[in-house]
Design a binder for this molecule. Sequence first.
Ligand code: ADP
Ligand code: MG
Length: 397
Amino acid sequence: MAKKIVSDLAVAGKRVLLRVDFNVPMKDGAISNDNRIVAALPTVRYLLENGARVIAFSHLGKVKTLEDRQTKSLKAVAARLAELLGQPVKFVAATRGAELEAAVDQLRDGEILLFENTRFEAGETKNADELGAYWASLGDLFVNDAFGTAHREHASNVGIAKQLETAAGFLMAREIQYIGGVVDAPQRPLVAILGGAKVSDKIGVIESLIDRADKILIGGGMMFTFLKAQGKSIGQSLLEADKVDLAKSLLAKAAERGAEIILPVDVVLTKQFDNAAASRLASIDDIAADEMGLDIGPATVALFKAALEGAKTVVWNGPMGVFEMPNFAVGTIGVCQAIAELKDCQTIIGGGDSAAAAIDLGFAEQFSHVSTGGGASLEYLEGKVLPGIAAIDDIGE
Ligand code: ADP
Ligand code: MG
């Protein structure tokens, strides 16, 4: 069922509640990276240009102590949003009460306010009915553009949605289109690429993709647990000894389902977890007891490139090596390059570090979609129903 998006709503003259993801990294009271604010601009601008009165809100970090109430204010975010929009953003330093209600009443068409961190309310993460109903009472319509919290059932996404006509913002709509597309009805062949640190973090994702993908390419730290399951010596490489049996059963399950799993054939080895340490390229059968693999080698990149040929959908989670160190980023770059060359193919990369790798290595534009949702991206790929998305109205509702 297709979900309503913001452009399906009649927003002119309406008070539109807008849940955004302004959970930006802060350092000493300043915003250290404003990507998330920039990412929300298309939805914010659309609403303002179409004459909505926008009441925006977000959480920022975890709020547990009294000190968190000082350091996790959205005030600086309001100022940065105003700069980016080129118009004033009224900041209301409250999450409820007379000041907020008066500010909402004073909003004119095409104006925006941002209220304080939703997690200053204890009821937010409990999805307290009273809180969702109160926030809903401030608006006429609800737009949810906060994909990063879609896997949580909170008052500011699910609670409000129960009360009002609700649509996805443009960012959320892209996540539904691309990741939802992989999960529900992928164009085939679907090739999944899995890497990153641990098998244990990704069991749900691997199982989901075994059911859905035609081929699964495995690199990153997790490859060693699979190689161990095949009886190979992996030296000091990252191993989850208690997951070797699981890896064996996943390999068997894939064979049963007709999903082809492709494992690396060569590896970049070193004796120290250090960019400057001496390294050597070796066959996967030639890892010494004192060596660890920190990247896939060129023969593996070529093997993966060949496996990607003709794919109609590619979904990637988890870097192929320790991409944070330039000497071990080569495999991840090689796979990015192979993806950039694909024609007529939907290419999706998701996961916190994976999205960071695509962006930092300069390949973000080469993907059809970079999903920045972190935990939400992974749970969505696992095939789980995300409460924040489920709460958005279907078209015709
Ligand atoms: P995501 O956040 O995209 O889900 P993960 O958190 O699972 O991805 O994995 C990212 C981390 O995996 C990176 O910090 C990277 O350095 C690490 N990694 C990748 N390959 C290896 C390897 N061979 N050995 C150790 N760590 C690795
Ligand atoms: Mg990570």
